[in-house]
Design a protein around this ligand. Structure first.
Ligand code: MN
Length: 284
């Protein structure tokens, strides 16, 4: 380990999300997985959806396949019903998380369970290593009452979805990438230091207000993603007049070749072609 790895993390780049639509026309903001930031190993995609207009989300995400990675849906507002071709079905509610390991493949739909009102949350795509890409699909799904909250310092509240903060451990288990996924609320001027594995890729995405990062107090504003340098910890500070909110996410890079096309993410072109053949022949 170099001394740089022991240092505090700083902002390497700031990325603005790109408005796009996906599924049957759901409007969203793509932050990772777009030309400015095609990926951030092991993270393949980050979408923020957030709207009060039903027409922006009502068409949902009808049946579509996935193979070779994980989709992580974290709801802030609204309700979403998911249903897959293996007989799994459920409703995601505000504050709940669904960590879906697609593995060897499944076909599912993700549809709004409401006709009006606000729908807001995130979907993160997290890669799987070659040895786990063809694993059996599985879900880690937790309602809001099962996401523990840490209060590491005055004015700071942390919902611990994965990893740990101030000794509070989140419910998600994923040894391959050892992810950290924290939902932070920082009151004005509140300060928070989080330890992170020094070599993990990490980002901060601010979805309300403004947060500053590191000794340099680099500002990260609403709807901005900061790609963080390596380092053993990150120092954050609430920098807006209202409580700032952000997700802080980190994971171990896989450093493997990535062959991806739409909802299939494999290591080689041959494996991608096999995914198409298997999907077309109903083997998901
Ligand atoms: Mn999906």
């Amino acid at each position: 380990m170099t001394t740089a790895n022991l240092a505090s993390r700083s902002v390497r780049r700031v990325i603005q999300g790109m408005p796009t639509s996906d599924g049957a026309g759901v409007k969203l903001r793509r932050v990772i997985g777009q030309p400015q930031l095609p990926d951030l190993d092991p993270f393949l995609m980050l979408d923020e959806f957030g709207t009060d207009r039903a027409e922006d989300y009502i068409a949902g995400f009808p049946d579509h396949p996935h193979r070779g990675f994980e989709t992580v849906t974290y709801m802030l507002d609204g309700r979403m019903r998911h249903k897959d071709n293996h007989g799994n079905e459920g409703v995601l509610v505000p504050g709940g998380v669904q960590w879906m390991t697609a593995g060897r493949g499944l076909v599912h739909s993700e549809m709004p369970e409401q006709q009006k009102g606000r729908m807001r949350g995130f979907q993160l795509w997290l890669n799987l290593p070659a040895r786990d890409k063809m694993t059996e699909p599985r879900y880690q799904e937790f309602g809001p009452e099962r996401i523990p909250t840490a209060a590491p310092s005055p004015g700071v509240t942390v919902k611990v979805i994965a990893g740990s903060a101030a000794g509070i451990v989140g419910p998600i288990l994923q040894p391959a990438t050892d992810p950290t996924y924290l939902d932070l609320a920082l009151e004005p001027k509140a300060e928070f230091t989080q330890e992170l594995p020094p070599d993990h890729a990490a980002f901060l995405y601010v979805f309300e207000g403004e947060v500053t990062v590191g000794e340099e107090a680099s500002p990260v504003r609403t709807h901005e993603l900061a790609v963080l340098s390596e380092g053993a910890r990150i120092r954050l500070r609430g920098a807006s007049a209202q409580t700032a909110r952000a997700i802080l996410v980190a994971g171990r890079p896989l450093k493997e070749p990535v062959a991806k096309y739409g909802p299939f993410v494999m290591n080689t072109r041959e494996e991608l072609q096999q995914a198409f053949v298997d999907f077309q022949n109903g083997r998901f």
